[in-house]
Design a protein around this ligand. Structure first.
Ligand code: AMP
Ligand code: MG
Length: 343
């Protein structure tokens, strides 16, 4: 057998070193450009919030995710009615006594809420708070007596919340009025988290706050694939949506509910009757803004499939996937090209 000494044989040594160098450079190039995933899951805003981001620099991604969660925590301190120190708790305690100063965040959520209350004929109404409390869906839910519901219908009154958008003050013209931002705060918080991520150069990611989702950019070269849960089986998907840079929010009668005499009572209340809305099982709204999608999902749920589909078809940039009370699915035309039905 012929043995070659590569140290002495420069004809072999130099090409070998060049090859090793090339492999090393290729490896370094690959490592620098490899797409990494970072993310975290936290309990906030009364739900599970999950942020996933993709990018090249893991430290940058981790810092961005932390900053996004911090911002969502700030919104929680504005909008969480179940924390005594939150801004909304203070507003509900004092706004009937006279004008109270409120934050930019509160002003923004009230502005969207007022617009959507008008656009949905009052199906979305943040003054649902006394009825939300009566039904008790965040604590011990119970079926109230019809008289109890009747007695509170007159204080579901979004006109009683007088907002001065220039001075940034709020006044309740009726002492029994209280505001509940549960139908919009998660969406607003998700939008704020998106702004933070984008300001920190994140160009690809998904935020999911218990069914209120926003998608940033693409997942590599493809859209993000967003699964829509079956309203009667949390392990099953009814559809998958291909989403780029849009928000996807689902409201369903399966999120908070109880049964009494085989009737399902859930947390989305028709402000006109005081009872949980009956015509829908779940509705998914796709829109450009998560706060709007959140409020619309709640409002469309109340309005029922027919009116919801009609409203979405007449609203630019808004699409819907609806499961009605009998389990039948419909969707607006705008979803046809991005929707895969799973059943
Ligand atoms: P979502 O899960 O986004 O549909 O919102 C439901 C939450 O919004 C409830 O837990 C209540 O806090 C609040 N809510 C219920 N019904 C309404 C309504 N008709 N308009 C506005 N907010 C509502
Ligand atoms: Mg909502």
């Amino acid at each position: 057998m012929k043995r070659i000494n590569i140290v002495r044989n420069r004809k072999i040594l130099i090409p070998a070193l060049i090859s090793i160098l090339c492999i090393l450079l290729l490896f370094l190039y690959y490592e620098n450009n490899r797409i990494r995933s970072s993310g975290d899951v936290r309990l906030m805003l009364g739900t599970v919030v999950e942020i996933t981001v993709l990018g090249k620099d893991e430290d940058v991604l981790e810092r961005a995710v932390d900053a996004a969660f911090d911002r969502m925590g700030e919104i929680e301190m504005v909008a969480d009615r179940y924390t005594g120190e939150s801004e909304i708790s203070r507003m509900n305690r004092t706004a009937a006594d006279g004008q109270v100063d409120v934050s930019d965040e509160m002003i923004e959520m009230l502005r969207v809420s007022e617009t959507l209350a008008a656009e949905t004929e009052g199906a979305f109404d943040v003054t649902i708070a006394p009825l939300s409390d009566l039904w008790g869906f965040t604590g011990e839910p119970r079926l109230p007596a019809p008289e109890e519901i009747e007695a509170l219908l007159s204080v579901v009154c979004h006109d009683c919340v007088v907002v001065d958008y220039d001075k940034k003050t709020v006044y309740y013209s009726n002492p029994d009025v209280a505001v509940d931002l549960g139908g919009i705060a998660k969406g607003y918080a998700v939008d704020e988290a998106v702004k933070v991520l984008e300001s920190l150069d994140v160009v690809s990611g998904v935020i999911n706050a218990g069914g209120d989702m926003a998608v940033i950019g693409k997942k590599g070269d493809d859209p993000w694939r967003i699964g829509i849960q079956h309203p009667r089986d949390s392990q099953e998907l009814i559809a998958v949506l291909d989403i780029v840079d849009r928000s996807v929010v689902t409201s369903g009668d399966y999120e908070r509910f109880f049964f009494s005499d085989d009737v399902r009572y859930h947390h989305i209340i028709d402000p006109h009757t005081g009872y949980p809305a009956r015509m829908t099982m779940s509705i998914t709204v796709v829109a450009e803004n998560t706060a709007v999608a959140d409020a619309l999902a709640t409002a469309y749920f109340v309005m029922g499939p027919k009116k919801a589909l009609d409203a979405a078809e007449h609203t630019d940039g808004v699409d819907v996937l609806i499961v009605d009370a009998d389990g039948n699915m419909t969707h607006s035309d705008g979803l046809s090209s991005i929707l895969t039905l799973m059943r």
